[in-house]
Design a protein around this ligand. Structure first.
Ligand SMILES: NC(=O)C1=CN([C@@H]2O[C@H](COP(=O)(O)OP(=O)(O)OC[C@H]3O[C@@H](n4cnc5c(N)ncnc54)[C@H](OP(=O)(O)O)[C@@H]3O)[C@@H](O)[C@H]2O)C=CC1
Ligand SMILES: N[C@@H](C=O)C(=O)O
Length: 264
């Protein structure tokens, strides 16, 4: 039985998919909730269900996170509401298509949602949590931050950003009581895939996780103190080996002379 938390969790992209699963699980853990997305009716229905089932307070905060003024409203809440203990940066979109012939505006919107809004909300949350002395931030990246495909240039780029942004923030906050986790789910059966350019039905069932299982694994990783959680990865030492290999490069990434192979 996890410890009960009376503090509030703010979840973006909470009207569906992984965000809705986080809403159920965090309420089960005792958190009051603030649900953020665009579809008010859907969030009201989820809120009623969670209130009825758990007795927790659930507020619906409608916001399009690609709209500057609406995003600013959520930032304000994260900075000023002393009850907010957890931020789950989950809202995100997808677009899997080659760059050639693609709609650059759609890529811009994807970057605004997946990168800009997450950065601004995290910054606001860190400011509030630093003043309050503690907090938890969960940033939803993707396995496609690592598994880079010909059609995923922009999507993988946004999710690699979320991963490296989170890892840098972990260093910045290492001495604080603020926990920051990156979560890299593989394919999860949600509406994310509808109109994304990839038909989820083209994947074998063995590749696809349920949102509930992905969130349960992510929360288990958080409880275990994992900075990066990859719900489907059987052997964590595979991830650790990648990080170790990156560390090996670091002492030689900046030197006064080019490497010998580049000198005549
Ligand atoms: N499904 C998958 O296979 C994987 C998903 N992910 C990541 O998980 C996260 C959640 O995805 P998932 O649950 O699958 O996707 P869904 O499409 O099921 O849910 C996306 C959520 O984001 C909200 N949202 C979309 N656009 C905006 C916006 N402009 N402003 C505010 N909220 C918005 C949607 O609500 P509304 O329409 O009401 O605004 C919805 O609640 C994303 O970051 C995604 O990249 C990572 C790896 C795999
Ligand atoms: N992480 C998923 C998409 O974001 C995938 O691996 O397919």
């Amino acid at each position: 039985m996890p410890a009960q938390n009376t503090k509030t969790a703010l979840i973006t992209g909470a009207s569906a998919g992984l965000g809705a699963a986080y809403a159920h699980r965090l309420a089960d853990r005792g958190h009051d909730l603030i649900l953020v997305a665009r579809d008010t009716a859907r969030m009201e229905s989820l809120a009623a269900e969670v209130r009825e089932r758990t007795g927790k307070a659930v507020e619906v905060l409608t916001a399009d996170l690609t709209d500057d003024a609406q995003l600013a409203g959520v930032e304000e809440r994260l900075r000023e509401d002393a009850s907010v203990q957890v931020l789950v940066n989950n809202a995100g979109g997808s677009l899997f298509t080659p760059l050639a012939g693609a709609d650059a505006t759609a890529f811009g919107d994807l970057i605004t949602l997946n990168v800009t809004s997450l950065t601004r909300l995290t910054t606001a949350a860190v400011s509030g949590m630093t003043r309050r002395g503690s907090g938890t931030i969960v940033n939803i990246s993707s396995a496609l931050a690592l598994n880079i495909l010909p059609v995923s240039a922009v999507y993988s780029g946004t999710k690699s950003y979320v991963l490296t942004f989170t890892q840098a923030l972990q260093q910045e906050l290492a001495e604080s009581a603020i926990t920051v986790q990156a979560v890299l789910p593989g394919a999860v059966r949600t509406e994310f895939w509808d109109g994304s350019g990839i038909d989820l039905a083209s994947f074998p069932d063995e590749w696809i996780m349920t949102a509930d299982d992905a969130v349960d694994a992510a929360l288990a990783g958080l409880d275990a103190g994992e900075p990066v959680t990859i719900p489907s990865l059987p052997d964590i030492t595979d991830w650790e080996a990648l990080e170790k290999a990156r560390g090996v490069l670091v002492p030689n990434l900046s030197r006064s002379v080019p490497a010998a192979r580049y000198r005549a």
